[in-house]
Design a protein around this ligand. Structure first.
Ligand SMILES: COc1cc(/C=C/C(=O)SCCNC(=O)CCNC(=O)[C@H](O)C(C)(C)COP(=O)(O)OP(=O)(O)OC[C@H]2O[C@@H](n3cnc4c(N)ncnc43)[C@H](O)[C@@H]2OP(=O)(O)O)ccc1O
Ligand SMILES: O=C(O)CCC(=O)C(=O)O
Ligand SMILES: [Fe+2]
Length: 350
C-alpha cells in the first residue's frame, strides 16, 4: 500500500520493506526529504573530469608479462581499472544481470522474506540505503547481500537468482585469483602463501538503483572505499559510478564498457600492501530516467584473519603505516557508521 500523507516515506521504504524500488514505483513528483543529501554529499557534476579515465586492460594474453605489470601499475595509480577479454562468458554476465532484475521485480511480500527481521540467516540480507538504522539521510539503493562463503546458508538464497549468482561467482574466481597473483608479483610476494588471507571469504551484493525523482539531490551510494581485498564489479550500460581522483576533490566517471568488469582495490589490500595499492573512494549517482543495477563480488580476508602490512613488503626497511587489526573488527567498524569516504581506514592507521 502507498504511504498516506501522515505516513512516512522512511517507514514505507525501510520498515515496511518497499525499499526505494517501492518509492520509485509511486512515481513521486519530488524526492522525499529523507533522501535529500546535504550539498557536500551530492555528486557535483562540475567536478567530474571530462578528459580522464581509468585504464581498460585486455586480459586475452595472460602469458604476456605486460598484463600483470599494467594491473599492478593501475592498482598503484588509480586503485580502479576495467578488464576485458577476462574469460568470464558474456552469457554468465547477462544471466546474473537478468537475475538481479528478476529478484527486485518480485512482489514486496516475497522480498521481505530476506530482510534482517525475517531472513532465516544473517548471510542473506535485503537492505535499503546502506545502514537504514544509522543513515541520517537515506541512499537511493536497495541491495541483496549474500555471504557466499557461508556454504550452510545457500539453501536460503532466493531461488529466482540462485543459479545465476552461483555460476557468476564460480566463473569469476579464476580471474580474481589471477589478478591477485599479478598484484602480489608487483609486491614480490608469493601468492600461494597468501591465498587464504587474500581470498578467505566472499560476499556478493545485488545492487538496484531505480529511477529517482530529483537525482541531483540524492545519491545512489555515498562516498566510500570497499573493505574488501579486491572487488569484481559488473555494471550494466546505464552508468553512475564515479571515483575520486587520488588526493583531489575531482571525480572520474567509470563508463560502462560492453563485456567489461570493473576491478577495485579494497582497504584490506591497501593495508596488506602498506599503502602501495590504493582503495579509491567512489560513489554512485542516482538516475532520473533509467533503473540501474550492479553486481559486486567482494573477495575478503576471513573474519578471524589478522591483517597488517605484509612482512615481505616491509623487509627493505619500509616503515609500517598500518597496525595489525582483526579483520572482523575492521568490517564491524565499517558497518557501524554511514559511508564517510576513506575514513574507515583510520581504524587501522598507526
Ligand atoms: C557501498 O555500499 C555497500 C558496501 C557493502 C560492502 C562492502 C564490502 O566491502 S563487503 C566485504 C565485507 N566483508 C565480509 O563480508 C567478510 C565476511 N563477513 C563476515 O564474515 C561477517 O559479516 C562479519 C564481518 C564477521 C560480521 O559477522 P557477525 O559477527 O556474525 O555479525 P553480523 O550480525 O553479521 O553483523 C554485525 C553488524 O554488521 C552489520 N552488517 C553485517 N553484515 C551486513 C550486511 N550484509 N549488510 C548490512 N549490514 C551488515 C550490521 O550492522 C550488523 O549489526 P546488526 O545488529 O544490525 O545485525 C555493503 C553494503 C553497501 O551498501
Ligand atoms: O554500483 C556501483 O557501480 C558500485 C557499488 C559499490 O560501490 C559497492 O557496492 O560497493
Ligand atoms: Fe564500493
Amino acid at each position: 500500500m502507498a504511504p498516506s500523507p501522515t505516513d512516512d516515506y522512511r517507514n514505507f521504504a525501510v520498515t515496511k520493506g518497499h525499499g526505494v524500488k517501492g518509492l520509485s514505483d509511486l512515481k513521486l513528483d519530488a524526492l522525499p526529504e529523507q533522501y535529500i543529501q546535504p550539498v557536500a554529499e551530492r555528486l557535483d557534476m562540475t567536478k567530474v573530469l571530462k578528459k580522464e579515465s581509468i585504464p581498460v586492460i585486455d586480459m586475452s594474453n595472460l602469458d604476456d608479462p605486460n598484463v600483470a605489470d599494467q594491473i599492478a601499475a593501475a592498482a598503484e595509480k588509480w586503485g580502479f581499472f576495467q578488464i576485458i577479454n577476462h574469460g568470464v562468458p558474456i552469457e554468465v554476465l547477462e544471466n546474473v544481470k537478468e537475475a538481479t532484475h528478476r529478484f527486485f521485480a518480485l512482489p514486496v511480500e516475497e522480498k521481505i522474506k530476506y530482510t534482517q527481521e525475517q531472513s532465516p540467516t544473517n548471510s542473506v540480507r535485503l537492505t535499503t540505503s546502506f545502514l537504514p538504522k544509522v543513515d541520517k539521510v537515506l541512499e537511493w539503493k536497495d541491495y541483496l547481500s549474500i555471504l557466499v562463503s557461508d556454504k550452510k546458508s545457500s539453501e536460503f538464497w532466493p531461488s529466482t537468482c540462485k543459479n545465476d549468482v552461483k555460476e557468476y561467482v564460480e566463473k569469476s574466481e579464476f580471474v580474481m585469483k589471477w589478478l591477485l597473483k599479478a598484484l602480489m608479483k608487483g609486491l614480490n610476494v608469493d601468492m600461494d602463501s597468501k591465498e587464504s588471507i587474500l581470498m578467505g571469504s566472499t560476499r556478493i551484493n545485488l545492487n538496484y538503483y531505480p529511477v529517482c525523482p530529483n537525482p541531483e539531490l540524492a545519491i545512489g551510494v555515498g562516498r566510500h572505499s570497499d573493505v574488501s581485498t579486491l572487488t569484481f564489479l559488473l555494471q550494466d550500460n546505464v552508468g553512475g559510478l564515479h571515483i575520486r581522483k587520488m588526493d583531489t576533490d575531482t571525480w572520474i566517471f567509470v563508463p560502462p564498457v560492453e563485456g567489461a568488469i570493473v576491478i577495485n582495490i579494497g582497504d584490506a589490500l591497501q593495508i596488506l600492501s602498506n599503502g602501495k595499492y590504493k582503495s579509491a573512494e567512489h560513489c554512485v549517482a542516482a538516475n532520473g530516467s533509467k533503473d540501474r543495477i550492479s553486481v559486486p563480488i567482494f573477495t575478503n580476508p576471513s573474519p578471524d584473519d589478522i591483517i597488517g602490512p605484509l612482512p615481505e613488503v616491509l623487509k627493505n626497511g619500509e616503515k609500517p603505516i598500518y597496525k595489525h587489526v582483526l579483520y572482523s573488527d575492521y568490517v564491524k567498524h565499517f558497518y557501524r557508521k554511514s559511508h564517510d569516504g576513506k575514513h574507515t581506514l583510520d581504524f587501522a592507521q598507526m
